[in-house]
Design a protein around this ligand. Structure first.
Ligand SMILES: [Zn+2]
Length: 135
């Protein structure tokens, strides 16, 4: 790995977060493959009765939702690693302002600063984002 001569504290900070991010992505991958394996084992070839069947679809629903969250988190973690490579790490993807150190400590894969995160979350809760055309 080539080290640039330019001394910047941000490179060591990025290295630290990159370590945390790599660890997290490994954890997620391990957890996801363990869940996949568990689901294959738990799935009987022949459901014994109706009750079993509904219990099974409930379990699958939980599994799918949990898995979806982990897939999304893994994507965020990998995006953050890519931002470290392209030296965009720690910059809000919405407003371009630096994300606070405290936030990155808690959430190394944070994509947005706190205020933009609130906006993005609100948008997602609405279900769709429509630019304000009434203005
Ligand atoms: Zn922002």
């Amino acid at each position: 790995m080539a080290k640039t001569k330019a001394v910047s504290t941000s490179s060591t900070v990025s290295e630290r977060y990159s370590h945390a991010l790599i660890t997290k992505s490994q954890e997620l991958r391990a957890s996801m493959s363990a869940q996949n394996a568990a689901q294959v084992v738990a799935r009987p070839d022949h459901p014994s009765d109706e009750g079993d069947l509904s219990q099974r679809s409930h379990d699958e629903w939980i599994f799918l939702n949990r898995n979806k969250l982990e897939v999304r988190l893994l994507r965020d973690v990998e995006d953050a690693l890519r931002r470290i490579e392209s030296e965009q790490y720690g910059v809000c993807q919405e407003c371009g302002e630096p994300i606070s150190r405290k936030r990155l400590e808690a959430l190394p894969w944070a994509k947005y600063c706190v205020s933009c995160q609130d906006l993005v979350t609100a948008r997602k809760q609405v279900g769709e984002f429509r630019p304000n055309e009434e203005d």
